[in-house]
Design a protein around this ligand. Structure first.
Ligand code: GLU
Length: 527
């Protein structure tokens, strides 16, 4: 082994040519637990540019860190990114010309590159035991020296090194960072970026797996990646990658480092502290994929403009692709503003076709036990009617459950919220009596003809109740309808009252009014 670096180019390095011209981008998540929201954010920007340019978007699974590997993580990644519609052209599940797309299945690929780096003196074996390295680090910290490998093994043969303490049988391979290693590079979003000088980084571990640094460079090259777009946290790694490209005689890709997603306290958003850092959370909480994608785009990109030059914050992925430009990406870490997400989600819910909203509510309602897996046609029809009533009243699909539940409860099983009942005015029994009397004469609406003023439909229900309670009893509308709302829905806040009564039908409505009335003393007034 030579210890002085020589120009790369001698050892053969296999190459797979990529289609000339079309950009190729990728995300390279590590399957280490629930997918992080940052993965979707990266997928979004990478995919947007690939789509705009007619290029390819690749999903590569970086599973070389066996200690943190989680076997369920990869499927969750497919599920969540697929749910968001951020699909990939090549990947472990769909294959592609550069398969395999899982690094653990590519170990043979990395070997010639390591050999070449060793042969050219750009890398060396290191037999230092983990214990020795820990002691070294501790000593450096105590002496307030920069931490980093002290090159104990550099220039030594195995036999020479074995004579010294802190030796282990199986070596790792380290990069030999030259003193004049370049530490700045060009970034598509940030311009010239400087990073700290790296130490002699490990590139091949004792288990024969490459580290991230080697694998990422080799795979980006082998897979013909033209643009490496990743989080800001990788800026400090980029000089190592640039060096590896240079040593191996490869053309480095274009680099772009996206701003980190930050929590309201400006710390990096983390799965430990914020549930919204988990990608699965958004689906569980009733966000629409369109809204999540829109939200993630807005975190690092300005809103669109309408013809009047005003900001338009709601846009689709395709609209985003059309106006995408790297120069407009923010470099300042965007804060995760959940109020904005709720607002956007509400907008997206309002824009859904009723059928679509109904279909999206269904799994939420099944999960919350309001509907069964196999709802009847009648139940589904009713759901569409209720969905129309609540469409403008919910910011998340999960908020629908409480509003929808009363429409599926049996009249005698409806749970009336104690607090809501306690807050009703003392007029409540009289109001309920008047309402029952006013609604009794209405008839179930005809199935085919237009309903008239005598039928049990929202307009006639409203007219009858207003006449009886507001006009007849002189009670203000705000107070007049409170008892009816509680009777019908069990809650103080409910979908629009008269429409709700129409959906429930005369029989259920009257049964519910009577049921609440029965909880008060005194006999009902004669209708
Ligand atoms: N495996 C790295 C990650 O988990 C990929 C970083 C990169 O895109 O280079 O984020």
């Amino acid at each position: 082994m030579s210890s002085s670096p020589t120009d790369a180019a001698s050892a053969p390095v296999p190459t797979t040519p990529s289609t000339p011209g079309a950009p190729r981008l990728r995300i390279a998540p590590s399957p280490t637990g629930d997918p992080h929201v940052g993965t979707a954010y990266m997928a979004l920007f990478n995919r947007a540019y690939a789509r705009q340019q007619g290029g390819s978007f690749v999903l590569r699974v970086e599973d070389t860190d066996r200690a943190r590997f989680d076997p369920t993580s990869e499927q969750q990644l497919y599920d969540t990114l697929g749910w968001l519609g951020l699909t990939w052209d090549e990947g472990p599940d769909v294959g592609g010309p550069h398969a395999p797309y899982r690094q653990s299945e590519r170990l043979d690929t990395y070997r010639p590159y390591v050999e070449k780096l060793l042969a050219n003196g750009n890398a060396y074996h290191c037999w230092c035991s983990p214990q020795r390295l820990a002691e070294m680090r501790e000593r450096q910290q105590k002496l307030k020296q920069p931490t980093g490998y002290d090159r104990t093994c550099l220039g030594k043969t195995r036999e020479e090194r074995a004579q010294e303490p802190g030796f282990q049988e199986t070596p790792v391979v380290r990069m030999r960072i030259p003193d004049d290693a370049p530490t700045s590079f060009e970034d598509l979003i940030r311009g010239t970026v400087s990073a700290p000088r790296p130490d002699d980084q490990v590139i091949l571990k004792t288990d024969g797996f490459p580290t991230y640094h080697l694998a990422v460079v080799v795979d980006d090259h082998e897979m013909g990646i033209t643009h490496v777009v990743r989080g800001e946290e990788w800026i400090s790694s980029t000089p190592k990658h640039v060096l590896l490209h240079r040593w191996l005689g490869l053309t480095p890709p274009v680099f772009a480092h996206m701003p980190l997603l930050r929590d309201t306290d400006r710390s990096k958003i983390s799965k430990r502290r914020n549930p919204a850092a988990r990608l699965t959370w958004f689906r569980e909480e009733g966000y629409l994929p369109e809204a999540v994608v829109n939200f993630l785009a807005l975190l690092a990109y300005p809103p669109a403009k309408n013809a009047e030059g005003e900001d338009v914050e709601q846009f689709t992925f395709d609209e985003f692709v059309e106006r995408f430009d790297w120069r407009l990406v923010n470099t300042v870490g965007p804060v995760f503003d959940m109020k904005k997400l709720d607002w956007l989600n509400g907008q997206w819910i309002r824009d859904l076709e009723l059928k679509d909203l109904t279909a999206r509510l269904l799994p939420v309602l099944v999960k919350d036990g309001i509907l069964t897996d196999n709802p009847t046609l009648g139940q589904l029809g009713r759901l569409q009617d209720v969905a129309a009533l609540i469409q403008t009243r919910i910011a998340r699909l999960t908020e629908a459950s409480a509003l929808v539940a009363p429409f599926y409860d049996a009249d005698d099983a409806l749970v009336v919220d104690e607090e809501a009942r306690a807050k009703l005015s003392p007029d409540a029994p009289a109001v309920l009596d008047a309402a029952i009397a006013a609604l009794e004469p209405l008839q179930e609406p005809p199935s085919f003809d237009e309903p008239g003023p005598q039928h049990f439909v929202a307009a006639a229900i409203e007219a009858a109740l207003r006449a009886a309670i507001v006009d007849g009893m002189g009670i203000k509308p705000k107070l007049a309808f409170g008892p009816l709302r509680v009777a019908v829905s069990g809650q103080r806040i409910s979908p629009p009252l008269f429409e709700s009564m129409e959906i429930l039908g005369k029989h259920s409505t009257l049964a519910r009014l009577r049921r609440l009335r029965a909880t008060y003393e005194g006999s009902p007034a004669e209708g």
